[in-house]
Design a protein around this ligand. Structure first.
Ligand code: NDP
Ligand code: OXD
Length: 309
């Protein structure tokens, strides 16, 4: 029985080390240099080449190396009959919160405005704001969104969240479903996208959405690049509908050198680094799932293929 690590833009070696440290008897191979493809029963994947998973006739389980699984379902030849599992990890949630908190504070303390003033040698104090009167709207109250919502609440922000189903999180007003989206958006002066990419959420960050936010709201997109309509963001920023956007994810990664986001003075961008899976932290859940698979027991963190997340 072999575990194959199939990834194109991640270094597989730290994953091999972390897994072997837990169980030195594991047979771990790295795509495309596995011995016999017929031995592979468990695939650990990140941006695998399209169709490659069809080369393993005895594959029994596919595990994402991150929280998101859209990179798997993007493959037109994905073996839909196999169970898919993903990463749910407290360190990933903490790291995502650190990024979101930094972005929120950047806008809350007007650092974007002071940066522009600095280039103009403009010594001007912005009016102070109250944390309790600043509303942070989080789209997606799952593993990552809920964690950040609770932490931002501890800072004193007014936190509201939007999800598919109603949530009960102490202190966080929950909005659910398409019919509640407008009411949710109308209050969010900083909007954070932590949704998974599905047919329902693709393109959700569009001009109509931006028009429903309070005038001059800020956007933080840490979900996926395809949540955002790029041209609509530029329009909203240029018209002043939005004050600024902090983007960590893009339709095409790495972002092409000629993309207008690089040079837009109201955009702060980072290279998909808001929360990077730590192999040491997640190796125990992967090994545990591998054992569960071998013994035919229910897997942890299994994705619902019908929902798409
Ligand atoms: P979860 O599956 O735990 O949570 C997803 C949340 O989104 C749930 O609350 C779900 O609602 C909600 N949701 C899904 N579809 C809809 C919809 N149509 N309308 C409203 N709400 C919806 O995911 P995680 O929190 O673990 O991760 C979220 C995403 O964050 C990942 O899929 C990935 O894209 C991104 N990510 C980005 C990283 C980065 O470095 N930039 C790192 C890690 C993750 P409900 O609870 O009701 O089902
Ligand atoms: C993830 C990611 O989904 O890194 O974990 O984007």
């Amino acid at each position: 029985m072999t575990i194959s690590i199939i990834c194109t833009n991640k270094d597989p070696l730290p994953w091999v080390t972390a897994l072997k440290e837990l169980d030195s008897s594991l047979d771990i191979q790295i795509w495309p240099n596995e011995g016999r493809k017929t031995d592979v029963e468990f695939a650990l994947c990140w941006n695998h080449p399209e169709g490659v998973l069809r080369e393993y006739p005895n594959l029994r389980c596919i595990c994402s190396m991150g929280a998101g699984i859209d990179h798997l379902f993007n493959d037109a030849f994905f073996p839909k009959e196999l169970p898919v599992i993903r990463i749910v990890d407290p360190l990933l949630a903490q790291s995502m919160f650190e990024y979101i908190c930094t972005a929120v504070m950047y806008y809350f303390r007007d650092l974007d405005i002071y940066k522009i003033q600095q280039y103009q040698s403009n010594w001007k104090q912005q009016p102070p704001k109250s944390i309790a009167h600043t509303t942070i709207g989080i789209m997606g109250l799952g593993n990552l969104g809920k964690f950040s919502a609770n932490k931002l609440l501890d800072f004193g922000f007014n936190v509201i969240g939007w999800s598919r189903t109603q949530k009960s999180i102490n202190g966080v007003k929950s909005y659910a479903g398409d019919e509640a989206l407008g009411e949710f958006l109308s209050q969010a002066s900083i909007l954070i996208c932590l949704l998974p990419l599905t047919n329902e959420t693709r393109g959700i960050l569009n001009l109509e959405t931006f028009n429903r936010l309070p005038l001059g709201a800020c956007l933080v997109n840490v979900g996926r690049g395809e949540h955002l309509i790029d041209e609509d963001l530029i329009t909203a920023l240029n018209k002043g509908l939005l004050r600024g956007a902090c983007l960590d994810v893009f339709r095409e990664e790495p972002l092409a050198a000629q993309h207008p986001f690089w040079r837009h003075n109201k955009i702060l961008l980072t290279p998909h680094c808001s929360s990077i899976t730590d192999p040491m932290s997640v190796a125990p859940q992967i090994v545990e799932n591998y054992r569960l698979m071998k013994s035919g027991q229910p897997l942890m963190n299994q994705v619902n293929p019908l929902r798409g997340y």
